[in-house]
Each structure stands twice: as structure tokens, then as C-alpha cells.
Design a protein around this ligand. Sequence first.
Ligand code: GLV
Ligand code: MN
Ligand code: MN
Ligand code: MN
Length: 428
Amino acid sequence: IHEPPHSFFSNSLSVDAQTLQKQIGELSTFSDSPAPSVTRILYTDKDVLVRRYVKNLMGLAGLSVREDAIGNIFGRWDGYESELGAVATGSHIDAIPYSGKYDGVVGVLGAIEAINVLKRSGFTPKRSLDIILFTSEEPTRFGISCLGSRLLAGSGALEKALKTTVDGQNISFLDAARSAGYAIGQDDLSNVFIKKGSYYAFVELHIEQGSILEERGISIGIVTAIAAPASIKVDFEGNGGHAGAVLMPNRNDAGLAAAELALAVEKHVLESGSIDTVGTVGILDLHPGAINSIPSKSHLEIDTRDIDEKRRNIVIEKIHQSAVTIAKNRGVELSEFKIINQDPPAQCDKSIIEAMEAASKELNISHKSMISRAYHDSLFMARISPMGMIFIPCYKGYSHKPEEFASIEDIANGVKLLALTLAKLSLQ
Ligand code: GLV
Ligand code: MN
Ligand code: MN
Ligand code: MN
């Protein structure tokens, strides 16, 4: 009775692209760097303002809004069989320094619009539908990626670590969370955990962050797996000294150790022989940071990923070996080699993939299967729920830079597909 005839139903899905585009534009103005770049860091004023903006839209869409102790935000549309596992969608609104408007945002504002699309069509959900705004997908402030989804998915290690985690300014995670109105009066964050089985399915809409869809003129990427990410923090310490007075044979330059390790990362990644292995040194700090002072300390942060977990782990081991050898040869101390995270890859669920494929066909939207080389909150949602992802094309694959762009037509296609997929899963 509740399931409308399919062709009729898919014809009645219409996305309000103009309003969605306006919202994406408005949201991008909450930024700590000048347009067109976007910088939005966890628990800053801009992050809090955007949370307010999103909660307001959730309310206008008729969702009941709830927040957990670290600021994961849930907007729920109750189904008529609300005791069944809910179907969830969502993404993040934090943005790394000098990035763009679409990463994460499309999956949050697009999810709200997908709910509006379903409401306008007269759809009634059987399983409840949840939109989740995840806290800090990006590792910018506390060095921890997918913080919100990782904790939500039950990471006891993270729950413990957050008690002592501090940011670059030595502000503790808990103080930062409290300044944004979260974690008030609580040190125990295990109440953020969500039990496996609470969700029947999780689907995330996201820009591809690669150029395959655009190059081939295909509207939708249906993700089959998410590559395994890892990150490492390294510190070297030497004696420093005067850049003129200390002669070359007498130096133990921590900066050069870092430079050598950065090149070793590239070498070990290339040695894997696979195009799927990648490695990046995105942070390299020298202390004291004066032109006429030999660096006495250096700090690197290394990101390495692969779709093959074993191969990625071999790279990590080689990087560690190199760090030890470089320190020895240069007479500096390897004072820290800390693997921050070393996550396995995630597989997308077959029946969700089928639902997305069926929805694409009904809507007549071209699609292809692909892997996600970027990580997403979906990587962690997969620990507690069957998971799927929808990619839309983005200009030249640009992401994590101001030139990031997705056309409103492509976004609207993604939203429509998300809406129909959620409807299908809700009725299962
Ligand atoms: C997340 O933004 C990633 O780096 O994949
Ligand atoms: Mn990102
Ligand atoms: Mn993202
Ligand atoms: Mn990401």
C-alpha cells in the first residue's frame, strides 16, 4: 500500500536545484580564509555557525534534531515502522585550510534536499530516515581523521585518546568541544557509540575528488570500496646552532633528516609498483624556524594509502626503517614515530550497490562503479552498518583546494539518486 508505482514515483522526484545552490554558496561564506577558498575547523566559531545553519534546515525539513556529546548531529524522519533499523545518509561540513565549497557539504545539504524531495513527492518512509552531520571528518585540528564517525562506530581507542588529545595550541579536545557547547559535564564519551545493527543502511553522497566521471562524461559513480588510509607523525631532534659558525661536519641537522625522510616516503611508495599506493608529506615544520639557525627539531606528518592494506602496511614499515636509519646516519634522535591511524579499507554493501544501480536505471542517469581513494565517514559507518557511496563528477577532479567545483546539474542528479535510493532502502 505504501509503495507507489515505481515509474510514477521516480517521475515525481524533483530537486530544488536553485535553493540548494544558494545554500551551498551561503555555507561557503562561513570560512576563516578569503573566498573562493574555504577554511572551517572543528569547534571554531565558523563551525558552530554552520552547525546552527544545518540544524535550522533540518528543522525546516520537519526532522527531529539530536546532537551527541561531540557534536555529531542527527536529523530524523520517523518511519511508520520506526522500530526497524533506520536508513541513514550524511557527510561532514568541516573544511581543511584553503579548500573548497563542495567536499562534505554536498553530502549534508544534498541529504536535506533529498529528504525535501521525498516529502514533496508524497513518500512515506517505512524505516526511519536519518541525516547525520559528522564531527570533523578532516584531521586538521586534532590530527584525527573521521573523528565523529570513528567514535560513533565504537572506537574504544579513540574514546580513551580523546581524554588527553590536544590541538596545536595545546587546547584539549574536551575544552574545545565545551567551547562549542558539547561534552558539557561529561568526560566519558562512550555514550557517542552507536550499536551495530542500529542502522539498516548508510549511504553518503560526495564529490568524486578524482576526474574519472568528468573525463568519461558519466553522471554517477557507484563506490565499491574505500581505500585504506594511514597517518604518521615523526619528530627528529638535533643540536641546532649558528648557521654560519657551525661547520658542516659538526652538524646534526634535524631539518635535513626530515627532508631525507620525505624523499624516502616517495621512494617507498613508488617501490610498491602499484599506481594505487600513494604517500604525502603534507606537514613539515622546522624549529626554531629562523634562516640563520640550524633546525634543532623537525616535525613531519605523513599520509599514506592504498586499496591493498598489506601493501600499505609494507610502506609504513619501510618508512619506519628509513626514519631509524636516517636518524642514525645524521646523528639526530628519532624522538617520535607515531602511527596515528592505520585503518583497513572498507567494502561497500552489495545490496546497497544494487539499490543504487536500480535507482540510476529508473532515473535514466548514467553510472559506473569505482573505488574511493579518499576516505570518508562511510569508512567507519561500514563498521556498524552496511554502507554505500554515491559520487558525482567534479571539475578536473580538483579537491582540497579552492578550485574545487561541482555543477548544480551534477549535484541535483546525485541528490535525486540519493533520494530514490533512500526511499528504496527505507521500504525494504
Ligand atoms: C579526506 O578528506 C581525505 O583526505 O581523504
Ligand atoms: Mn576532505
Ligand atoms: Mn569529504
Ligand atoms: Mn574526505
